[in-house]
Design a protein. Structure first.
Length: 266
C-alpha cells in the first residue's frame, strides 16, 4: 500500500543573493524521508466490546485502559486483556465526547472532542482528580515519558507539559514531504510515534524530531477480518506493553483486539 500523497512541498522563501548581486541558484530541496511498508503479523486475538467506540487505548500495570467516545456513552475503562471484561469504569458527563487517553505517573489524562475539557483520573481507582481546559479539538493523546503528545485531526502534534498542559512545542507531520491530516489515536513505541489516521486502514510511524512519516503499517487484513458494516467502525486504538514488548490494536466498534508484530515488507 502506498500513501496517496504528492512529493515535496515548494518553499516560499526568497532565493539567496550572491556576493556579486546576482541571484544565486536555489538550493536543492532535501529529499523527503522514505516511507517503508510494514506488515502487521497477527500474533493473538482477544475479545473486545463490539459496542465500544474506542478513542484511546493504553497498557498499564497488567491491564488495558480504554477511552470510549460518543455523547452519553463516554467513559474510561480498565479492561482485562484475556476476555475483554470491563473491570472498572468511570462515566463522563453526558454532553462530553470522550477522546484520547494517556498515562502520566499514577494518573490518566483524557481528552474530550469539542468541549475543550481534559480530565485527570487516579489510575488505580478511576476516580476523577481534576479537570482543566485547553483550546481546540481533542483527538489522540500519548506520553513519551517527558511530555503528553496531542493530536487534533490536523497535521500538527502538540507536545504539552504533563502538569500544566501548556504547549512546549509543535510538530508538523509529513508523509512524502506533504502534511498528513486526520492523525487520531497515538502511541509511543521505542521512541517513535505511531498514529491511526482517521478512516484509513493503516498506522503511520512518525519521527518525533522531524515529523516525517517513516513507516506505514498495513491493517487492511485486520479490518477485513472484522468485516464491520458501520462506516465509522474504523481502526483506532494502539497500546504498547514495554515489558513484554507487545503491541495491541483495535478499532471503533470492533469485536476483536489484535496483538500484532511489525515486520518489514519484503
Amino acid at each position: 500500500m502506498v500513501l496517496a500523497i504528492a512529493a515535496t512541498l515548494v518553499s516560499g522563501a526568497p532565493a539567496p543573493v550572491a556576493a556579486t548581486g546576482q541571484v544565486a541558484p536555489p538550493a536543492a530541496a532535501p529529499s523527503p524521508a522514505p516511507v517503508y511498508p510494514i506488515t502487521a503479523r497477527i500474533v493473538a486475538r482477544y475479545p473486545h466490546d463490539p459496542s465500544a467506540f474506542t478513542e484511546g487505548l493504553l497498557w498499564h500495570d497488567g491491564a488495558l485502559y480504554e477511552s470510549i467516545g460518543l455523547e452519553g456513552r463516554s467513559e474510561i475503562r480498565r479492561v482485562r486483556l484475556e476476555d475483554g471484561r470491563v473491570l472498572a469504569r468511570a462515566v463522563l458527563p453526558a454532553d462530553q465526547f470522550g477522546e484520547g487517553l494517556a498515562l502520566w505517573e499514577d494518573s490518566l489524562v483524557s481528552l474530550t472532542w469539542t468541549t475543550g475539557l481534559a480530565h485527570r483520573w487516579d489510575a488505580k481507582t478511576l476516580k476523577r482528580t481534576g479537570s482543566f481546559r485547553y483550546t481546540g479539538e481533542g483527538w489522540g493523546l500519548a506520553s513519551d515519558g517527558s511530555a503528553l503528545i496531542q493530536s487534533d485531526g490536523s497535521p500538527t502534534l502538540r507536545f504539552r507539559d504533563p502538569k500544566s498542559f501548556a504547549v512546549r512545542r509543535e510538530l508538523t507531520v509529513t508523509a512524502n514531504g506533504r502534511p498528513l491530516r486526520n492523525l487520531n489515536e497515538l502511541e509511543v513505541v521505542d521512541g517513535a510515534i505511531f498514529a491511526n489516521v482517521w478512516h484509513r486502514d493503516y498506522l503511520v510511524r512518525i519521527n518525533p524530531a522531524s515529523g516525517a512519516v517513516t513507516g506505514l503499517v498495513d491493517l487492511s487484513a485486520l479490518a477485513t477480518e472484522v468485516a464491520a458494516t458501520d462506516p465509522e467502525a474504523v481502526p483506532n486504538g494502539i497500546a504498547w506493553d514495554p515489558v513484554k514488548r507487545r503491541l495491541f490494536v483495535t478499532g471503533k466498534l470492533w469485536p476483536t483486539l489484535f496483538e500484532i508484530a511489525l515486520e518489514p515488507t519484503p
